[in-house]
Unconditional design. Structure first.
Length: 292
């Protein structure tokens, strides 16, 4: 575990050094007054590495995990503060985690998968009593029934690596953020029936992307060739990725106490998955994509 921890800390520490340099150059001074940049006992790299490490651990309570690290991993983290102080400092890591996640996105290999999943913040029967995300979370219906929360859209390649992620309200159409996610991909894009749309398919076609989905029963002239049908049959790859994110990397739970903690949980879950070596991948050999 320590070897894995050292590698993770080195990567995040190198990133934080570059991030702090670039962020300091972009800070605008207000008049002649100097802005105060007070250093804390716990560094930004220690905060980020601990949060990412927590998502891949078997401990599903962050306080228990933090106390375990403070007592058993003193050599790795000798300057840890109290748990309450650490929670106060954690919102500082939101922006760096977003930048880190964007830097960990993989490259497209010609075949991409896209799907959305529900992020519940509480049980549907408690939606009217829920206070933290009041007037923010929305009620919607998925294949598993009604839920109260948000929606996360994920795009992967054939190796199970993340290409992009998009966060939205629960009642937002899946097709709304698709164009923003497709800026750096090419080739075939496989999705479910939620991404059906003639105009959307034509728009993506002009960008060199072939959107492949199953048609509805009442649709006409929706024929697929053997290659496209084979790709659709391998769409369970992204469903496996989503299941892995929720079960192994703690993507969804209902114990949030702040909005910043909720955002950090999603970001660190995706980052921890990007660092993992055991990703599901497609074993089907696709024909090489020929750009027009």
């Amino acid at each position: 575990m320590l070897t894995c921890l050292e590698e993770l800390y080195i990567i995040i520490d190198d990133f934080c050094k570059e991030y702090e340099k670039s962020s300091q150059n972009k800070v605008l001074e207000s008049g002649t007054k100097k802005t105060r940049r007070r250093r804390t006992k716990v560094s930004l790299s220690e905060i980020m590495s601990l949060m990412v490490l927590y998502q891949s651990s078997n401990i599903k309570n962050f306080k228990a995990f933090y106390l375990f690290v403070k007592s058993e991993l003193k050599q790795a983290y000798p300057n840890l503060c109290s748990y309450n102080r650490f929670i106060e400092l954690s919102p500082r890591a939101v922006k760096p985690l977003m930048v880190l996640l964007n830097s960990l996105y993989a490259s497209c290999d010609g075949v991409s998968y896209i799907d959305s999943t529900a992020i519940k913040v509480c049980h549907i029967k408690r939606e009217k009593r829920h206070k933290l995300f009041k007037n923010i979370a929305q009620k919607s219906k998925s294949t598993m029934g009604w839920y109260y929360g948000f929606k996360l859209h994920i795009m992967t390649n054939t190796k199970g690596e993340l290409l992009n992620a998009y966060f939205s309200y629960a009642n937002v159409d899946d097709r709304q953020g698709l164009l923003a996610m497709c800026k750096k991909i090419f080739g075939n894009l496989i999705g479910d029936r939620g991404y059906l749309g003639r105009q959307l398919k034509q728009t993506l076609h002009t960008q060199g992307i072939n959107l492949i989905t199953r048609g509805r029963k009442n649709m006409k002239n929706h024929l697929l060739n053997l290659t496209e049908l084979t790709m659709l049959n391998s769409r369970n790859l992204i469903e496996t990725v989503i299941g892995k994110l929720k079960l192994q990397f703690n993507l969804e739970h209902t114990r949030h106490r702040s909005i910043s903690g909720f955002i950090i949980n999603i970001l660190t879950s995706l980052i921890s998955y990007c660092f993992s070596s055991n990703k599901p991948r497609s074993n089907i050999k696709y024909p090489k994509f020929i750009e027009n």
